[in-house]
Design a protein around this ligand. Sequence first.
Ligand code: ADP
Length: 589
Amino acid sequence: MIEQLINNAQDAIICLDLKGIILYCNKAASKLFDREGSSLVGMDYQSVTTFDPHKVGFDQLRESILFNEQLPPYIQEIDRRDSKKELVSVQYSPVTDQSGKITSISAILRKLTQSDKVASKAQALVETAPDAMVIINTVGQIVLVNAQTENQFGYTKDELLGCELEMLIPDKYISLLKKNQENCVSMGQVTELYGKRKDGSTFPVEISLSPLKTDDGLFVSAAIRNITDRKKAENKFKGLLESAPDAIILADKHGDIQLVNEQVVNIFGYSKKELIGNKIEILVPMRYHHRHTNHRDEFFHSAETRPMASGLELSGVRKSGEEFPVEISLSPLETEDGALAIAVIRDTSEKAAVKKELQDFNKKLQVKNKELEQFAFVASHDLQEPLQTVMSFTDFLAENYSHQFDETGIKSMQYITEATGRMRQLIKGLLDYSRIGRERTAVEVNCNELLDNIKIDLSSQIKNENATIHSTTLPHIKGNATELRLLFQNLITNAIKFHQNLTPPEVWIDARREKGHWLFSVKDNGIGIEKKYKERIFIIFQRLHNRNSYEGTGIGLAHCQKIVELHGGKIWVESEVGKGSIFYFTIPN
Ligand code: ADP
């Protein structure tokens, strides 16, 4: 009776042993395969059926059966004797003996209808999609999902089929989705939303809904892309953009602003909304609009990076209409949406104001310096005359009346002579100092010759102090010969003068070519200078010793500094007390 029932059943029924050999088939099965029942029995099931290569084969099927797993219907192709292929849906189940042991496998095969076939094709198609794909019917029920949907959302297909798409979206975004669902019937639209997993966690997604017209009616397909990685990258980019100290604008080749950071808002006074989509020219003063459009075209044509401070005087205009100086760097950026320009803009109003202040101050300083020099020149020049008179009369007194003086008178005369002598030296120094730079002509100076001449001039000092002067080959430089001679002479005289007791002075002169200038050094083995006086010694009349220890006026280094600065260089000292000093100065090439 049961056998009758099975034999006459509408569905094709086959029984397989665990190796896949056909043990039994009913009438419907032999019809389906277009083969005699007797020829089917004993055949290898796999020789007349094809398992979907993307899915499990017979071995895995047997494993699942032996593990008593619930199996979904398999879509398979069967080979009929007349060589026709037929698409069938097969439901496999275990067959047990009386003791409950699985001995064979039953397969119920059903031919797929046209719409089943379409659905199966659609399923195969959605499975190849990289995104989660969900197809919903007109009443909003999910009718098809792919494996990606299961992976992304943590639901099984069975849990999703028949439910609403809303179960995959956090509540607060549902209205937005609904709105898009209504629109999507006419156009495919991409919306950024959030997805909700079975465990309640959410993640950013991009959903694109498209209408799907089939013979069975209108469906909506939803492609759901997990955009977590993209969002992370976007956030990083935004973070970078916002943390930049400068204003950054991204604009396309038509000059339409695509993206701005907060600094743009701060500097130009427009809101982001007012800027995005607007022309970049709204940030440029009106009179430059035409020129700017040309520049923009040129930039997109050559697409070369233009660094900041390229010497151009540029201006921006704020929403208030106020113009201000800017520095701009431009770089090209290739994106999916075409070439963009990244403009980094720096408001240099403050810098320009400081520069101007500095220039004004410098000018004032120059005028004051000139006045002072003039004053020093006039004063020292005029002081010379009465001093000359005092000296002449003291000489006259000494020659004609000294025999009438007592001892105190003679000593007094001596003091007057010494003091007037010193005063003459000081006035001469002051006069020389104010004269430096008055008439300046630059010539090529051979520093080796210059040094030889100085050594001849200083020969008696060198001999008296038992000094040695070493030098490397020195360069030819451009400068004022008299001034340069005074510079070297002062430094060498000091190096010899400020020597340590009992140690004969040694001086080393060297020059090294550096970027943009020559670096000269005059080194000695003298008494050295305390760190705190490193700057003070260059001030006029500043001396660290009294006249009894070392002769001098305190003008020499002030002279040196003035000469070096007039040549566009710098002078400084490095020194260690008790070991010696090195005076460095630079002369630009
Ligand atoms: P002066 O040599 O007439 O005193 P300078 O202006 O040349 O005036 O030097 C100022 C001071 O700097 C000197 O009085 C001295 O104290 C210090 N000084 C200059 N050169 C040296 C040196 N080579 N070693 C040590 N001290 C020095």
